[in-house]
Design a protein around this ligand. Structure first.
Ligand code: ST9
Length: 613
């Protein structure tokens, strides 16, 4: 047994009972029927819990070694073995479209399988998604770049997304890496990128960097950036044979709090005699939009990773709590009353149910978001890709992306520290259990791929205001429908009432923020009142959608319980009812306080002198 166990039952529930299971074996997903999909989940679970999880701890204690003289990184042997096991199983194909050697699996299945790998060994997925990055070259590249993409898949080459620079983190548009066009049509890049994931390792014999740089004479900001493919080694595209070393080198590898086996690199272009030669993607200057194709995917990776780690942690905490005998029942009246396992203590139960409800609710959230992508694919396959339903599904998917990334990572990180580790008491602080590593490895999820603050701004300014509120209004209608009273005998009456109240609170927040936004037409400083609340809005939206999905899951559970179920399934479905009851009555009421804070925002914080902090 390694550190990780997957929650296969809950993943199966999401895919085959909760979300629309009719997509398996039909339309664009004809080749992946439900039985095949279930087989994929079982196989990936075996791989994740076995060889993939095997190096998780060792690679943390013995992280990659960087040699500045050769710019090379040696990966821990244990991790290389995990990576090999994953590649030899050809599982990288799961994430590729069928026309590029993939399985043609729906997004819900791809993300469910990815969750297990992320929970078992997140860095492995981060190195492995290099293969998926090739699809951007397939979609947007020239004929040569599409050939390069083929080689990336065939040879298992690494890839990076290179945006960040020492003075351009959240503000990507401040990037100074430049690109000068050459007579042969290629470009020479100069500059330094920072925090580049996987820019050096010895897991593959080449790495293709996808780099944002500013062509000479281009304008400022993100719109002046173009996207270039810059390989570590030049390639003869016809044969795939590697040629000369390109002038791009890793000049530093960061020492970090966690996720140590994922190399975080400083990447320098054109600092030696050899130029850093790159090629403009698709021969068009549209860098930030092209890079966002990768960023959107990566933000889903981060959200799913956060849920995967919380799930792994919750299962460790639950196992511990069921075994750990400590103290007497709170109602005991004598000092020598029998000691009980800590699951008998109310506060431990509160903590465990909080972890369970968030884990299952946020899993439902990222899978529901993935299912919207499937709806777009299905509509396109039916020749209705530009139709109303597909457009709406794409907009709601866009709306939920910052929630998946920002909300799931924040909640998972908070819960792992405040609840999961705490369940184990002092033992949680020890390296005897994996939870301290989960805490360290998951903290980065709130930071990279756009911090939580960036996700909050994205949600309000781009996904609500710029969208004209279309996606948010549709989502609110769905929540309202679930929250509507369903008769006197309804076992979920309390849950629906609480859900409706929380929806009203979120709508109150949105109304207040829209008011501040409108006020800014006259007085720009009113925007501060929006900015003081965008993270709060992000978290409240996440809580509401999580609560909504948990109530809908409870509806499915009730239906199942009305029929014949096994003893194990009875417990599983009762657990769904308990999670919905707990979340709607103990978490959602807090949105009323958030609403009051938003409505009372006066912007005075922005008047406080720096020296008074
Ligand atoms: C990093 C790496 O952190 C960490 C590794 C994580 C592990 C991930 C695993 C690897 C995954 C690899 C997967 C590959 C697979 C790929 C498969 C793909 C199929 N949505 O608002 P404006 C665009 S890397 C879409 O004016 P500012 C849009 O084109 C570092 N597009 O922005 C827009 O034009 P328009 C991560 C968006 O004020 C244009 O940008 N760093 C979106 O100029 C300008 O928009 C970050 O994430 C969006 N949501 O710049 C940066 N937003 O408006 C964080 C913008 O005409 N900072 N565009 O449509 C930000 O996101 C900033 O908000 C900013 C602001 C830079 C966009």
């Amino acid at each position: 047994m390694h550190h990780y166990t997957a929650d296969l039952r809950d993943l199966q529930f999401d895919l085959f009972e909760f979300l629309d299971a009719t997509r398996f074996g039909s339309g664009p997903f004809e080749q992946v029927d439900a039985e095949t999909a279930a087989g994929v989940l079982t196989e990936v679970r075996r791989l994740a819990e076995g060889p993939v999880a095997a190096s998780y701890v060792d690679a943390d204690r013995n992280p990659p070694v960087f040699d500045p003289a050769t710019h090379a990184v040696t990966m821990p042997a244990s991790f290389a073995a995990s990576y090999r096991a994953w590649r030899e199983g050809e599982w990288f194909r799961l994430d590729l479209p069928e026309e590029h050697g993939g399985f043609g699996a729906p997004a819900v299945l791809r993300w469910a399988a990815t969750e297990m790998l992320l929970g078992a060994n997140p860095a492995l997925v981060m190195y492995g998604t290099a293969t998926t990055m090739s699809t951007v070259l397939q979609a947007l590249g020239t004929a040569d770049q599409r050939r390069l993409a083929e080689l990336m898949v065939e040879r298992g080459w690494g890839a990076t997304m290179a945006l960040t620079e020492p003075d351009a983190g959240s503000d990507v548009g401040a990037g100074r890496t430049s690109a000068a066009q050459q007579p042969d049509g290629s470009w020479h890049l100069s500059g330094v990128k920072r925090f580049i994931t996987g820019a050096e390792h010895d897991l593959s014999d080449n790495i293709v960097h996808l780099v944002l740089a500013r062509p000479e004479g281009a304008g400022p900001g993100t719109k002046g950036l173009s996207l270039f493919a810059v390989p570590k080694f030049h390639v003869d595209l016809a044969s795939g044979v590697l040629g000369e070393r390109n002038g791009v080198h890793v000049t530093g590898v960061e020492k970090k709090m966690g996720l140590k086996v994922s190399t975080t690199c400083e990447l320098t272009f054109g600092a030696t005699d050899v130029p850093a030669q790159g090629w403009l993607i698709g021969d068009v200057h549209d860098g930030i939009a092209q890079m966002f194709k990768i960023i959107e995917y990566a933000r889903m990776v981060v959200g799913a990773k956060a849920v995967a780690t919380l799930s792994a942690g919750y299962r460790v905490a639950l196992g511990y709590a069921k075994e750990r005998v400590q103290g007497a029942d709170l109602t005991a009246t004598t000092k020598d009353a029998p000691r009980v396992t800590i699951t008998h203590h109310p506060d431990v139960r509160r903590s465990l149910m909080l972890q369970k409800a968030y884990t299952e609710g946020m899993r439902a959230l990222y899978l529901y978001t993935a299912s919207l992508r499937d709806q777009v694919t299905e509509a396109a396959a039916a020749g209705d890709g530009e139709g109303e339903a597909a457009t709406l599904a794409a907009r709601v998917n866009d709306l939920l992306l910052p929630v998946v990334k920002g909300f799931c990572s924040e909640r998972a990180s908070q819960l792992l520290t405040a609840e999961t580790l705490q369940t184990l008491g002092g033992s949680g602080y020890l390296q005897d259990y994996p939870v301290e590593q989960y805490v360290r490895d998951s903290k980065i999820d709130t930071l990279y791929e756009g911090t939580t603050a960036i996700q909050g701004q994205d949600l309000f300014f781009r996904k609500v205001v710029r969208d004209g509120g279309v996606a948010m209004t549709w989502l609110a209608e769905q929540v309202a429908a679930t929250g509507a009273p369903a008769g006197e005998q309804d076992r979920l009456a309390v849950e629906r009432r609480r859900l409706s109240a929380a929806l009203a609170d979120l709508q109150g927040m949105l109304a207040a923020l829209s008011g501040f936004h409108a006020e800014a037409v006259q007085d720009r400083t009113a925007l501060y009142k929006v900015g003081l609340n965008t993270t709060r809005l992000l978290m409240a939206t996440g809580d509401l959608v999580t609560g909504w999905l948990l109530v809908r899951q409870a509806e499915v559970a009730l239906t199942a319980l009305a029929g014949e179920v096994s003893a194990a399934d009875r417990l599983f479905y009762e657990g769904k009812l308990a999670a919905a009851r707990f979340f709607t009555t103990q978490v959602l009421p807090r949105l009323a306080a958030d609403r009051a804070v938003v409505e009372d925002t006066d912007g005075s914080l922005m008047q406080v002198a720096e020296g008074s902090f």
